[in-house]
Design a protein around this ligand. Structure first.
Ligand code: TXA
Ligand code: MG
Length: 333
């Protein structure tokens, strides 16, 4: 008879477990996290690559699996807002935003408490921490079952297209994780909106919660740090090239050029459509899945203009990074 307590967890398993989003699958995922393994799990935005945020070796394994630069800190996921007090100095604006939008697609960057207990790798040595309480029921069930903070970036190789299904996760990280908790497609489809609250409230990343809603709740506009360029990192992780398909991507295209595949928005002739009725919520939910699908052809992608309002800001942000020069591209002359 095998003694289950002596089962060793190999975080480089060639064939990860695909777990169902039921009580058994969630319990297994929580056990793997307790044992320091990497578990990909669904949130309403994208799939995350989770590890115990207090376990330095487990967090180091996230960076290794993704090939992520270690100066780029991770979001810590919590089952409810109350748990945030353990890790961050709470502010009036944090209370207002958490009450209005948690659980949900919002990440708050707050001053780190002295006695936080998180691995230094999670915060990349910064005096701040990014916290999020996701709404997706399986995500919440896993966080409750695990009972601790879960560090999780998007579950894709660094710089590539984010995953909105378990299949995307397995395509990108298949040999490098212990398990994926498969709960189908992510309904929001773009990552959380990140708001910095270490000074004047600032929009660090547009995302699944529209900026207009945040500004209405705060009663004031958010600071908007300038767009990143290839040579500066304005906010950690806001790298110019990210979310990149293998082939080039061109934005604001009226039509495909020879050899290109056309990703449309609204009624038009195209190879795939973000939303043929021009709905931004539907477009966000489809964005990464359609980029994955078109990228499989290896052909360049042209994308129709997407309006710059509501979720359109997050969609345009992801497309601009997907279109940006890659670090290994030859320098422009
Ligand atoms: O929707 C999401 O946010 C997903 C799901 C899994 O929760 N996660 C996600 O994580 O998008 P990631 O690692 O792909 O993006 C996290 C971003 C990075 O750009 C990182 O630089 C930023 O959050 N970040 C983390 N901690 C920070 C901090 N202390 N200050 C500023 N930015 C921070
Ligand atoms: Mg990411």
């Amino acid at each position: 008879m095998t003694d289950p307590s002596r089962t060793r967890i190999d975080t480089t398993l060639a064939r990860p477990e695909r777990l169902s989003p039921d009580a058994g699958g969630i319990a297994r995922a929580a056990t793997l996290l307790e044992q320091g393994a990497l578990v990909a799990w669904p949130t309403e935005t994208v799939y995350g690559l989770g590890a115990d945020a207090r376990n330095g070796a487990a967090v180091a394994a996230i960076y290794a699996a993704k090939g992520r630069p270690s100066f780029n800190p991770l979001i810590v996921h919590l089952p409810e807002a109350q748990a945030a007090f353990t890790y961050a100095e709470w502010t009036a604006d944090a209370a207002r935003l958490a009450a209005a939008f948690w659980p949900g697609p919002l990440t708050l960057v707050l001053p780190l408490r002295a006695d936080h207990g998180l691995s230094e790798l999670v915060t990349a040595g910064l005096p701040s921490v990014a916290l999020r309480v996701p709404a997706q029921p399986t995500a919440r069930a896993l966080l409750r079952a695990f009972g601790g903070p879960v560090a999780a970036p998007s579950a894709n190789p660094s710089g590539r297209i984010s995953p909105t299904s378990a299949d995307h996760v397995l395509e990108g990280l298949g040999g490098r994780i212990a398990a994926v908790l498969d709960d189908g497609a992510c309904p929001v489809g773009v990552e959380s909106t990140i708001v910095g609250l270490t000074g004047t409230p600032a929009l660090l990343r547009p995302g699944g919660l529209p900026v207009e809603a945040l500004e209405a709740a705060l009663g004031a506009p958010l600071l908007r740090p300038g767009p990143p360029d290839a040579h500066s990192v304005t906010a950690p992780g806001q790298l110019a090239s990210h979310y990149a398909p293998r082939a080039p991507l061109r934005m604001n295209a009226d039509a495909a050029r020879p050899g290109e595949l056309m990703l449309g928005f609204g009624p038009m002739a195209c190879d795939a459509n973000l939303s043929d009725r021009g709905d931004l919520q539907e477009a966000a939910a489809n964005l990464f899945a359609l980029l994955h699908r078109l990228d499989a052809s290896g052909q360049p992608i042209a994308v129709a203009p997407v309006p710059m309002a509501g979720l359109g800001r997050a969609i345009n942000d992801r497309l601009a990074r997907a279109a940006a020069p890659r670090p290994d591209d030859p320098p422009e002359t």
